[in-house]
Write a protein that binds this ligand. Structure first.
Ligand code: PGA
Length: 252
């Protein structure tokens, strides 16, 4: 089974509308050269629609960075999965560590968001990953297993195949401290085993597991060469055309 590499840019709370459109236009031109790689960008929600419009006619898909689990109603400030598909989103990042740690999102909340995304036809990119102190305490796999079990509770095998898991060690995010390819591969292989134990080999072989945390155009190739690393979720290096294209280039 060959899994298509997915390189996704997480723009986080960055850029203006005009800078977003400029970045999208720049990527659109250069991304055409990579038919074997799935590419996505996840702008702030207010820019999802204009960026999706700018990327029309290209293979680059657009994702959101968060979603609420209810369909509609009195949930001031929240955005539903249906609203995201309605404005052209294909993916949505769920349970990013910044949301887990800064905004207190639990795996239970990540779970209902994952279900909502799947019901609306969005592809959830579900993030898991340990804190530095958890790695140092030797509990990485335990932490990731807890997040995996919680986040995917009640997800069917058919839906699981559509999901993307992003392994993002929190100590590597935005710090310049990238996990070594071996450290990444070890956790990715463990996550694939978790998928296999719950859903069987077929699903485990189909699910894409991205690495995230200080990925750049210099270190991407080595990490992406690992057998269980099926892509990258990129923060800082996704905000400019050339570094992001360099990462995509590292995938081929
Ligand atoms: P970074 O962020 O590439 O800036 O470390 C990755 C992420 O948080 O998804």
């Amino acid at each position: 089974m060959t899994r298509r590499i997915l390189i996704a840019g997480n723009w986080k709370m960055n850029l203006t509308l005009s800078a977003s459109l400029e970045l999208a236009e720049g990527l659109k031109q250069k991304a055409a050269g990579f038919p074997a790689v799935d590419i996505a960008v996840c702008p702030p929600s207010v820019y999802v629609q204009p960026v999706a419009a700018a990327l029309q006619g290209s293979a680059i898909k657009v994702g959101a960075q968060n979603v609420y689990f209810e369909k509609n109603g009195a949930f001031t400030g929240e955005i539903s999965a249906e609203m995201l598909t309605d404005i052209g989103a294909t993916y949505v990042i769920v349970g990013h560590s910044e949301r887990r740690n800064i905004l207190g999102e639990s795996s239970e909340l990540v779970n209902v968001k994952t279900h909502a995304a799947l019901s609306a036809g969005l592809i959830p990119i579900v993030c898991v990953g340990e804190l530095l102190k958890e790695r140092e305490a030797g509990t990485t796999e335990q932490v990731v297993r807890r997040q995996f079990d919680g986040s995917f509770s009640g997800v069917s095998a058919g839906d699981m195949k559509k999901c993307v898991i992003a392994y993002e060690p929190v100590w590597a995010i935005g710090t310049g401290k990238v996990a070594s390819p071996e450290q990444a591969e070890e956790v990715h292989a463990a996550i694939r085993k978790m998928v296999e134990a719950k859903y069987g080999k077929d699903v485990a072989e189909a699910v894409r597991i991205q690495y995230g945390g200080s990925v750049n155009d210099k270190n991407a190739r080595e990490i992406l060469a690992k057998p269980n690393v099926d892509g990258a979720l990129v923060g800082g290096a996704s905000l400019k055309v050339d570094p992001f294209i360099g990462i995509i280039n590292g995938a081929v």
